[in-house]
Design a protein around this ligand. Structure first.
Ligand code: BYC
Length: 469
């Protein structure tokens, strides 16, 4: 169980390590200051939120009204498995590490900092969305995601403070000083410097970008550094709700658009206040492609080194039927050569980012299949699709090339001419923004989105999920 009598709720016996406790207690006011200046801008009295109360399988969360700044951000690690052994790389079979081995210190710290940096970044990106939520239900879900991203920041800061000494404490400070989109001090990864200016972007972000989070956390859960593994295991539990917000959010936008298309027997749903399918497709194209960049380059010596060292495994590592070392294996990756797409054989260790990305793409495909089922059952004879993995890429082997959603390699001029048909234009974004009017009456919902099938924690949709101040 988690100790909530402490200033920092935790299940890591913080009480037993006064130095660490003091260090984290001195970081806490900086975090709260960051939350008040960079967190949600909409003033609220309280919000119906879940808070973690244990890390066990059953009943780990408690629901109730909480004033946002009083949310109990804490440090929760999944239970320790005392027999756990390294599952891959050159240390395969050895007991997992409870401390950071000196030779891997820099790499581990880097991975933890990159992971930690994304969490506050997303809160910053989403800070103004409360001003235009389509319903109280959605507003509550936004805040739930935000407080949990804040807690995920705590999770990484704990590791930095507990295991990386002075460098770790400095990195923990820096996590509050970089800001999404800041020209002088931006967030580390590309997608986290993009804007999330409207709720369609928010649903796409929670579908595509949070899903990268799911896959990256799952590979860090495999880590030989046990405290990181246990931290990520618990984070993944919370992450499931973020996926749900994205999946059902896009479902509901598609459902509403399909409804309006059939009602008006037209693709043009603008007059009826809906979001045209073409715009939804462009948002899919954008968010999917920037999220593909988050996996790093298709060929990466970093990825191979992390794996060999035991720092970062593969998706479901223990279910893979190979030697879990991969020193003699190879795989194929797509690349552009002489203006054509080619398959290139690379060492399996070098291709690990691509291995993970392939799992992610399969998962994304399931969302598209869902949305197409919604269109189909509404009788709309059109479909959404994922663009080619090389489309709109800034990182990796496709960066610097222009690939159409169909996979066709284009010249610069051709790309410039056709890109407005594939990526949201200023006009598209302005239209979506024009729909973003807050709907804060109980049980009501904006016209561009369908209501959810059910509410949160068994409550109805028209429950008063948020009390505004
Ligand atoms: N933007 O060898 P390469 C989440 C850098 S999301 C900018 O190709 P590597 C969440 C890279 O850092 C999950 N820079 O890649 C979601 C490297 O720089 P250095 C976050 C990029 O290292 C929603 C250089 O390019 N967690 O949790 O194999 C809401 C060469 O890189 C980008 C993690 O990412 C980019 N997109 O892999 C809230 C897990 N991509 O080191 C939260 C931890 C690459 O040479 N991170 N670069 O200066 C990692 O595992 C790896 O750092 C990456 C990159 C997968 C990101």
């Amino acid at each position: 169980m988690i100790d909530y009598t402490e200033k920092i709720p935790n299940n890591v016996d913080l009480d037993g390590d006064r130095r660490l406790q003091r260090a984290l207690e001195s970081w806490q006011p900086a975090f709260l200051q960051w939350w008040s200046s960079m967190g949600p801008t909409l003033p609220t009295r309280d919000v119906y939120l879940r808070t973690a109360i244990s890390v066990g399988r059953e009943g780990w969360a408690d629901f109730g009204y909480v004033a946002l700044p009083e949310y109990r951000w804490g440090i929760f690690l999944a239970e320790r498995d005392r027999d756990r052994r390294v599952a891959f790389g050159e240390h395969k079979g050895e007991p997992v590490w409870q401390q950071v081995p000196g030779e891997y210190r820099a790499e581990l710290q880097r991975l933890i900092v990159v992971q930690g940096d994304t969490e506050p970044a997303s809160v910053e990106q989403q800070r103004r969305l409360g001003l235009s939520a389509p319903s109280l239900y959605d507003l509550r879900n936004l805040f739930q995601v935000n407080v949990e991203e804040g807690r995920h920041l705590w999770a990484m800061v704990y590791l930095l403070h507990a295991y990386f000494g002075r460098d770790g404490r400095e990195e923990a400070q820096a996590l509050l000083h970089r800001h999404s989109g800041d020209l002088d001090s931006p967030r580390i990864l590309g997608a986290f410097n993009e804007e999330t200016p409207d709720w369609l972007s928010f649903f796409m972000f929670t579908y595509f970008t949070d899903r990268d989070g799911k896959y990256q956390l799952a590979t860090l859960k495999e880590s030989a550094f046990d405290p990181l593994s246990r931290t990520c295991e618990f984070m993944l539990k919370e992450e499931a709700h973020h996926m749900f917000v994205g999946t059902t959010g896009v479902d509901r936008v598609v459902e509403r658009t399909a409804q309006l298309m059939t009602e008006h027997d037209s693709d043009d749903v603008v007059a009826a206040g809906g979001i045209p399918l073409d715009i939804i497709q462009k948002y899919v194209n954008f968010h999917y492609s920037v999220s593909l960049d988050l996996f790093g380059s298709e060929t990466s010596t970093n990825a191979g080194n992390y794996f060999t060292a035991g720092l970062k495994g593969r998706w479901l590592e223990e279910r893979r039927h190979d030697d879990h070392r991969l020193t003699d294996d190879s795989m194929w990756v797509d690349s552009v050569e002489d203006g054509e797409l080619r398959r290139v054989e690379v060492a399996a260790l070098t291709g690990l980012n691509e291995d993970l990305r392939a799992e992610y793409i399969r998962d994304c495909q399931s969302g598209v299949a869902r949305w197409n089922r919604i269109l189909d059952s509404a009788g709309v004879g059109r479909t959404l699709r994922l663009p080619h993995a090389g489309f709109n890429r800034r990182v990796g082997l496709f960066a610097g090339h222009h690939i159409a959603p169909s996979g066709e390699v284009l010249s610069e001029a051709e790309w410039q001419r056709r890109a407005p048909g594939w990526l949201p234009t200023e006009q598209d974004k302005a239209y979506v923004r024009s729909l973003m009017k807050p709907v804060y009456e109980r049980g009501r919902i904006a016209a561009w989105i369908a209501p959810p099938r059910q509410g949160i924690n068994g409550k109805p949709f028209d429950y008063e999920y948020v009390h505004l101040s």
